[in-house]
Design a protein around this ligand. Structure first.
Ligand code: PLP
Length: 375
């Protein structure tokens, strides 16, 4: 075992890949970029990823929650930040003081933001979200002009942006996205006519950014593509993009067991002959799902997980002639030799999507950042 080994399981994040992917998105769109670093940058580590994205040409960061914005500010990041989700009223003064931009969709929120801004002696920076068909957050398009006017006449706030979010941009059929975009663009035309159009009109997520130029407006909001993950089966990244994250653990014990031994909780697997079994230091509390169909990579080969995944550990079947010993690295996500387990593959095995795989890697898994361009 390597004496300097510090972690039982960890993820490595290539910041060179993040920069490469942001630069590709910038070249493609020539627009302002919101690097979406919510949920700890989809599990990749918010602060280092945010810095890499800004270095590569993103002008904005976007998060889901006030606490996520505060983490970035506490790390000394001074770029503009937009909270895409709901900001609890009690967080408004703090966010406004930190020059964090807030998403709003109602009169009550505009009033609350204005009052909080007045109290702290600053102007609230507001982005009005319009529900054009996602059915999640957003003002009805018919109410949007009235809301924009309210901000325009208010002394303590300014309308910095207006945006919408697409529900189906990652599907083969473009029509649902075109329909949402039509509603949005017609609203933008009305805002322009009334001289209410803000500086930043934005709509596209990663999938729309890769496919539909008419959705780019002034800025695009990219999450999954920045991480080098495919938006979906139907909407894949070009070859120039690189995945940034890999996930590794370690073999902690190896044993040879006779035929018929039950393994792990419930003994749902029994050895089928003399088998070499390795114990590995990762479990469902790390975000490694409790499924029976899991594979891992050891010594460049796929090995099956045997028996149930436990909270902190798994058991894997090793090649009977292999010389694997305790200390051997185990790749859970990423490449080893010629084999590769992608976040997309794990998503399929786990009945979910790549987004949930990386954002589900638990906080106790160490994040190690490196620069793949300067290696
Ligand atoms: C998460 C999110 C995004 C980023 O979506 P990707 O598919 O990862 O590019 C963009 N906009 C909003 C409002 C979001 O919530």
């Amino acid at each position: 075992m390597d004496e300097t080994q510090e972690h039982a399981t960890w993820v490595d994040i290539d910041l060179g890949a993040i920069r490469n992917n942001i630069a590709a998105l910038k070249r493609l769109t020539q627009r302002e970029i919101f690097a979406v670093v919510k949920a700890n940058a989809y599990g990749h580590g918010a602060v280092p990823v945010a810095r890499a994205a800004l270095e590569a040409g993103a002008g904005w960061l976007a998060v889901a929650r006030a606490g996520e914005a505060l983490e970035l500010r506490a790390a000394g990041i001074t770029s503009p930040i937009l909270i895409l989700g709901w900001t609890p009223p009690g967080q408004l003064p703090g966010m406004i003081s930190e020059h964090v931009s807030i998403t709003v969709w109602s009169k009550a929120q505009i009033t609350a933001a204005s009052q909080a801004a007045h109290a702290v002696g600053e102007r609230a920076r507001l982005h009005l979200i319009i529900d054009t068909g996602m059915g999640r957050l957003g003002a009805d398009p018919d109410d949007a002009l009235d809301l924009a006017r309210r901000v325009a006449v208010d002394d303590h706030s300014e309308l910095e942006g207006v945006f919408t979010h697409f529900a189906r941009a990652d599907e083969a059929d473009p029509e649902p996205t075109f329909a949402q975009n039509e509603i949005f663009s017609s609203l933008v035309r009305q805002l322009t006519r009334l001289e209410l159009r803000p500086l930043l009109v934005h709509a596209a997520n990663s999938a729309a950014t890769l496919r539909f130029e008419p959705t780019w407006y002034d800025a695009v909001r990219v999450g999954v593509a920045m991480y080098g993950l495919h938006p979906s089966e139907e909407v894949k990244l070009p070859e120039t993009f690189r995945p940034a994250l890999s996930w590794t653990s370690v073999v902690t014990q190896v044993k040879t067991l006779p035929v018929g031994r039950g393994l792990s909780y419930g003994h749902v697997y029994h050895t089928r002959g003399t088998e070499r079994i390795g114990t590995v230091a990762v479990g469902y509390a790390d975000g490694f799902r409790r499924m029976l169909s899991n594979n891992v990579l050891i010594d460049g080969k796929r090995c099956p997980v045997r028996g149930r995944v436990t909270m902190d550990q798994i058991l894997v079947g090793l090649d009977p002639d292999s010389r694997i010993e305790a200390g051997e690295p185990v790749v859970l996500l990423g490449s080893q030799g010629r084999e590769r387990i992608s976040a997309e593959e794990l998503g399929q095995r786990w009945g979910t999507i790549n987004y949930e795989v990386t954002s589900g890697i638990a906080a106790r898994v160490a994040r190690m950042h490196y620069d793949g361009d300067s290696r």
